[in-house]
Design a binder for this molecule. Structure first.
Ligand code: FAD
Length: 289
């Protein structure tokens, strides 16, 4: 069982628990982005197993009252296959990833469940964007991808993505990357986020997802929407600024990212390491204060 201290950030160990959370969020006007926890499989078998679990999840979501989509990590469904032997991703990894992603996108299309692709560390960016391009074009925009404002390449990537159907989620970036690849200063990442968000609102017709809890970026997105009229949504993590999520949902489209599954411990650890106050929030939730 997930201990109460972690259950602030994790939707449960099983799909039914996570879908039940999605149903409760729907009652409050918030959509759910379901993510089965798991990543970096070097072998094919666990990657195939998680892909199968996503196929079942899509069917379960379609049969439920939750307003839910899914978000998958490339290295969870095959991109790191063979990576223990040297450089990553390998050709084999790309093949397995695209094969599994293709099955997931097909099932999503059949059951009307939108599929997001998370973005992982920089060696995976090209393979992730290539797969996004292939499937969002093949499925008429039924796929979304995440891009990271801290990467120096992202402005160019957005120019490429602007011509494609499908949605793009802009985040600041969660991975420690080398200085030649990514901006290191937080203030500079924030500034880049603002510029990229404006570019996305100006050029993207198929929708922008603002993946941030930052009140400044949220206000900027509202202003940009007023200026450009672009379709957009806010996306935030389970357990982070939930009051703000419910407030925003009164006026805007809001989706909550809900991770679930047996591998919750490392996810919870990451949330606490990135912001120590998260531990205090979790403790307060337990103590009821
Ligand atoms: P920060 O820059 O961390 O903080 C800015 C301000 O936001 C703070 O000053 C505070 O006012 C507020 N805030 C932030 N966190 C909290 C908190 N815990 N409690 C209260 N206030 C807070 N990264 C990837 O690299 N790849 C992905 O695929 C990816 N997917 C994501 C999906 C979603 C839906 C979200 C929300 C994030 C995702 N991220 C992903 C993580 C992202 O890159 C950032 O690391 C993370 O969102 C923190 O940046 P921020 O913009 O939210 O706020």
């Amino acid at each position: 069982m997930i201990p109460p201290i972690a259950s602030r950030f994790v939707g449960g160990e099983s799909a039914p628990e996570a879908i039940e959370r999605g149903r409760a969020l729907a009652d409050r006007g918030v959509g759910t982005i379901l993510n089965l926890l798991g990543e970096h499989y070097n072998e094919r078998a666990p990657a195939d197993e998680d892909a199968e679990t996503y196929l079942e999840l899509i069917e379960d979501v379609a049969a439920s009252d939750a307003r839910a989509c899914i978000s998958v990590k490339p290295s969870q469904i095959g991109l790191d296959v063979g990576a223990d032997e040297g450089e990553r991703p390998t050709e084999r990894g790309r093949e397995v990833f695209e094969e599994n992603l293709g099955r997931i996108v097909e099932a999503g299309d059949n059951h009307d469940v939108f599929v997001w692709i998370d973005m992982e560390d920089h060696p995976t960016t090209d393979a992730t964007l290539d797969a996004f391009e292939r499937f969002t074009t093949g499925y008429d925009g039924g796929v979304g991808v995440c891009v990271q404002a801290n990467l120096r390449r992202t402005r160019e990537d957005l120019e490429r993505l602007a011509d494609l159907p499908g949605k793009v989620r802009l985040v600041k970036g969660a991975y420690d990357e080398p200085a030649d690849i990514a901006i290191q200063e937080k203030a500079e990442v924030d500034q880049r986020y603002r510029e990229l968000l404006e570019y996305a609102f100006e050029h993207f017709e198929s929708g922008v997802a603002v993946g941030s809890h930052d009140p400044e970026m949220i206000d900027l997105a509202k202003d940009l929407h007023a200026e450009y009229g672009t379709d957009f949504e806010f996306q935030m993590l389970m357990g982070v600024r939930e009051d703000a999520q419910f407030d925003l949902a009164g006026e805007y489209e809001v989706w909550q990212y809900v991770p679930y599954g047996g591998k919750w411990l490392s996810y919870f650890y990451r949330r606490v390491m990135e912001r120590k106050e998260n531990l205090v929030f979790a403790l307060r939730a337990i103590l009821g204060r």
